[in-house]
Design a protein around this ligand. Sequence first.
Ligand code: NAD
Length: 356
Amino acid sequence: MKKHILIVPGDGIGQEVTEVGKLVLERIAEKFGHEFTYDEALIGHVAIEATGNPLPDETLEKMRASDAVLFGAVGHPKYDNDPSAKVRPEQGLLKMRKELGLYANLRPIKLFDELLAASSIKPEILRGSDILFFRELTGDIYFGEKGRKNDGDTAYDLAEYSKFEVERIARKAFEAAQTRGKKLCSVDKANVLETSRLWREVVQAVATEYPDVTVEHMFVDAAAMMLIKDPKRFDVVVTANLFGDILTDEASQIAGSMGMLASASIGDGTGVYEPIHGSAHDITGKGVANPLASVLSAALLLDISFGLKEESNAIIDAVDRLLKDGYRTRDIADATTAEEKILNTQAAGEELLKRL
Ligand code: NAD
């Protein structure tokens, strides 16, 4: 298969982890006889530094022209501590999602058995957890009107959803549920928010088209509690942009670490595959970032954008074997991990390639 992949490392550890993700894609192409070509583009802080724009037109054009994008992360402490900054790295990310019509963010949360001890949740509660989140990505409070009034003393962000926006993400989630455990949990705050009442109404209507899927509706506060109390009760979860952002970070603890979680953003055109973690400036440049979320993002890319299931599974198997052989990056090591089994980013990549 011939495909063109755009690598967009972004900021901080995004650079370090996508390097490993790309090596894995190259190995897969070699092993399975595919022809993948690559290009690179700027986004986030590095793009602001180079062009003044967090998402240069050239990057957007390259994204549109590629078959899939392997993305790193955006963010820089300079902006985190300066809320008044007018141009910010995250604007690049939000604009990319809007421009590419990436309305569905898929986040599979699956625990590798070897990492049971790396989580702060009890192993007996975690074992067997396997959740697929669908977070809506182009609506809600992130994209509504925002501003200040009363001489800047009062701030507002408007949350908005249309029926169409809810319907299309709900359909994706129902379709996925049909191929898994046939259970869908829709998370909202319909007791308080009008957007959530519309959300629930639409999900209930779409549910009639999928009679084989059992649907439950849960308030977001209860869902936050239930994810930790009984993660196994969830199969597919569908929720709005803000709730999904928070719940999936919480759920990263089910997988042991943020460094293990991949995501796929899909919609009308090119799909974008990225770790759920950010640019992690506390560890940038130290070579200790866990590259497995980027590697697992590459696996999702092969599966979802190219339909290469066997190739995708080969990557997941290699990650599994790496962990079974006792290798860990610092973030997923525990008291029982031997010091010589703790790998830096590059060494983790090398060990992984040996297993591919
Ligand atoms: P973060 O995900 O960057 O880091 C949170 C913690 O997890 C840090 O202690 C970090 O060291 C650790 N961590 C994250 N990924 C890791 C990995 N692969 N290996 C080992 N440890 C890892 O979140 P944050 O600290 O809240 O934000 C840092 C910057 O990233 C901010 O500027 C924020 O805006 C940005 N951010 C970007 C995205 C994105 O690009 N999608 C997502 C979240 C945050």
